[in-house]
Design a binder for this molecule. Structure first.
Ligand code: NAD
Length: 705
């Protein structure tokens, strides 16, 4: 099927990209576009060429699937098309309506003029996939807007709205209405004056007032210092800076060659493969194997019970998605705090220029607090976020069940309690499930969608659709203790505690995990979420207790973390920066000694392996039991909910990267040395012994346990 529509108007050829959904510039599309560009060049009747896009978008960029395909000598890519434009003699105009991202913007940059509608956005987001713009973007954008501005835009992978892009000089014109008509007018005017404005003919400037291109080495050195280290998430950033340096330093042709070489290194690199895995895993989330087709219900009104920290965050999330929400909160004090939080959040958005006053007001008004459950009667979904206590929650659901309209879905935001046990107190267990948000709920992108034994396909389909509306990464989980994320976190925490009990100071364990790429180490995390939470969980689940009484002791001594100014670290007033605390280390040593745990040495490698492989082993178990449907789902949970370094792709991807066999061998070794908590999951053993990968694992169909 043809992916380009050709039309002629008064000697101007209009080539419209039509490769739904996002007009990806795939190898196939490029193979079709290249001869069309050449034909336009050869046709004496064609004076200018306009590129535009069908499907409400100019182009979302390259086809990410192609990155894993080894090109053959016959393969045509967008680079070939751009090279043909570059050699061509006609005038080229990009008529952008909707996004022009990545290769889409690079194609536009190869044109003489760029014109866009007000609703359009342009950007070079390749860095997010561990790549750099590889079709001339790193060489042309600096020539257009200056090296400094181009570098910033590409390092952030920013999408810039049309008006702003015009201000920065990326676009020539921004129009309302039909962009192809406007581009036609622009082409006619351009043909009367100077016909060509290829960026390759220009010299790139730094774009910093008072500095000439001589200052380039200094500017580049600064930039290298500003981005993460090469082996910890900054791999692509450093190469991108090198490419921009080449744009200023080298003639255009050599700069393009340098860019291509750097791009090829990145596309073959492990960090980029991991980031692309995360990208694809996200796209899989909504697909549930074996789920009978079911039409999602419309969610037009939402309710939340419990307006504390989580309830308020959840309410803001609904308001942001344009769904009015009623919050039932009995305590005046909590209501006041909740309202302040909503108000403060929107004020902040206005102050930062991210929202107009009007919009902020409208959204703020769509969150209503009440102490009367009856006001929830018309809601399509109600999410419970009261105290983590089964009896309190059961009471709430009994009450809700009698008040809320029969078609509505009831959901719990519990972190650790049994979803089925709550569902059983209602008359609608089919319309019951867990919607586990992460704190702060209006910021964290992860949402675990917990299906109970009796959750109906329609309820599940509605929750998945709702997750998308709320702009969350909705991962379906079984009703396991702790679901996917916290269930795995328990084993991770167990190993962190065990290491500390063996005498490795918390700050060292945290440093190793930060070096690996985690946003924070386990002990900083315990202090942040509060050891009281941990203590309560241990009370409810005694098998969660470690070998020593360390959590008990910390709780008793009010060392519960940031909230009390000390935990595994100490904190100065008003500062969240953890400071090493020898007092805490002494307590750890005392409790370990009392429990008969002998101190031992552990190298950085062992620390990293014990923490990450604990995640892999329990992850394999969750997969085999169908609690998680795919390895990629687990990876999304960890990357978006727990700060796992995306450039390692998530725990399951990382196991593949290291080699499942090698992970398995270490797990066996740990089992011998530390005990049966390290018994290898059967699926881990199976994959290791067959020389396979988690990536090749095919999920079972959705089964209701
Ligand atoms: P919180 O203490 O801040 O808020 C709970 C609120 O519920 C309080 O304001 C309380 O007044 C209200 N409440 C209590 N009983 C009620 C009732 N019968 N009807 C209406 N309101 C009632 O607690 P939180 O941190 O927001 O946690 C709420 C739930 O979310 C818990 O189940 C918790 O496990 C879960 N959760 C918490 C986090 C987190 O990081 N804090 C993350 C995910 C899930």
């Amino acid at each position: 099927m043809s992916q380009i529509v050709t039309a002629d108007r008064d000697g101007i050829r209009i080539l419209t990209l039509d490769n739904p959904p996002v007009n990806a510039l795939s190898f196939a599309l490029s193979a079709e576009l290249l001869p069309l560009v050449r034909a336009a060049e050869d046709d004496a009747n064609v004076r200018a060429v306009i590129f535009s896009g069908a499907n409400g978008i100019f182009s979302g960029g390259a086809d990410v699937n192609d990155f894993a395909t080894e090109p053959t000598p016959e393969t045509k890519t967008i680079r070939d098309v751009i090279a043909a434009i570059e050699r061509g003699k006609k005038t080229y105009v990009a008529a952008i309506d909707g996004n022009a991202l990545g290769g889409g913007l690079e194609l536009s940059l190869a044109c003489d003029y760029r014109i866009a509608t007000t609703r359009s956005k342009v950007g070079l987001p390749e860095i997010k996939l561990g790549l750099l713009p590889g079709a001339g973007g790193t060489q042309r954008l600096p020539r257009l807007i200056g090296a400094q501005a181009a570098m910033q835009m590409m390092l952030k992978g920013e999408s810039v709205a049309a008006d702003e892009a015009k201000k920065r000089g990326v676009l020539d014109e921004v129009v309302e209405g039909n962009v192809v008509d406007a581009a036609f007018g622009l082409a006619c005017r351009a043909l009367e004056k100077e016909p060509k404005r290829r960026l390759s003919q220009r010299q790139a400037e730094l774009g910093i007032p008072g500095l000439t291109a001589n200052a380039l080495p200094f500017v580049a050195a600064q930039a290298h210092k500003m981005v993460p280290p090469e082996d910890n998430g900054g791999f692509a950033a450093h190469k991108l800076i090198d490419a921009v340096e080449a744009a200023v330093e080298l003639p255009f042709g050599r700069g393009i060659a340098r860019e291509a070489r750097l791009f090829d290194e990145l596309v073959r690199s492990a960090p980029s493969a991991a980031l692309r895995h995360v990208f694809f895993a996200e796209r899989e989330l909504g697909k549930i194997p074996g789920l009978p087709a079911a039409e999602p219900m419309k969610i037009e009104r939402a309710g939340v019970v419990g307006g504390g920290l989580m309830g308020t965050g959840i309410a803001i999330t609904f308001a942001n998605a344009g769904i009015p929400v009623t919050v039932v909160e009995p305590s005046d004090e909590a209501t006041e705090r909740g309202k302040q939080m909503v108000f403060g959040m929107y004020m902040n958005q206005v102050q930062k220029g991210r929202m107009t006053q009007e919009e902020a007001w409208k959204r703020g008004q769509s969150v209503v607090y009440t102490d009367d459950y009856a006001e929830l009667a018309d809601c399509d979904v109600v999410i419970e976020a009261v105290f983590e206590n089964m009896d309190v929650k059961k009471d709430v659901f009994k009450k809700l069940d009698g008040i809320v309209k029969p078609s509505a879905i009831l959901a719990t935001n519990t972190s650790t309690l049994d979803v089925d046990e709550m569902a059983a107190v209602t008359q609608r267990p089919e319309q019951f499930l867990g919607l586990h948000f992460f704190a702060p709920a209006n910021i964290m992108q992860l949402l675990e969608i917990v299906r109970g034994k009796r959750t109906s396909p329609q309820t599940l389909a509605t929750a998945i659709a709702l997750g998308k509306t709320l702009r969350k990464k909705g991962v379906v989980s079984g009703n396991e203790f702790g679901f996917i994320g916290n269930r795995m976190l328990f084993d991770y925490s167990r190993e962190a505690m065990a290491l500390a009990e063996e005498g490795v100071p918390p700050y060292r364990i945290d440093a190793v995990m930060k070096d690996f790429g985690f946003a924070m180490g386990p002990f900083a995390m315990f202090d942040l979420s509060g050891l009281d939470v941990f203590w309560h969980i241990q009370q409810a689940k005694t098998e969660m207790k470690g070998r020593s009484n360390i959590v008990d002791r910390m709780y008793r001594e009010k060392r519960i973390g940031q909230k009390s100014g000390k935990g595994f670290y100490r904190y100065e007033k008003g500062n969240r920066e953890p400071i090493r605390d020898e007092e805490a280390e002494k307590i750890l040593a005392e409790e370990a000694a009392a429990a008969g745990i002998a101190p031992r040495e552990a190298g950085d490698d062992e620390i990293r392996k014990r923490l990450v492989y604990a995640l892999v082993n329990v992850g394999a178990d969750l997969l085999a039991r169908g609690v998680a449907l795919r390895p990629g789902d687990i990876d999304i949970v960890y990357v978006y909910g727990y700060g796992f370094p995306p450039h390692h792709g998530g725990p399951m991807w990382y196991a593949d990267e290291v080699g499942v066999k090698s992970v398995y061998d270490d797990v066996l070794r740990f089992q011998k040395e530390f005990g049966d908590q390290w018994r290898p999951a059967p699926l881990l053993a199976e994959i290791a012994q067959s020389g396979g990968t988690f990536a090749a694992y095919t999920s079972k169909e959705l089964v209701h346990a």
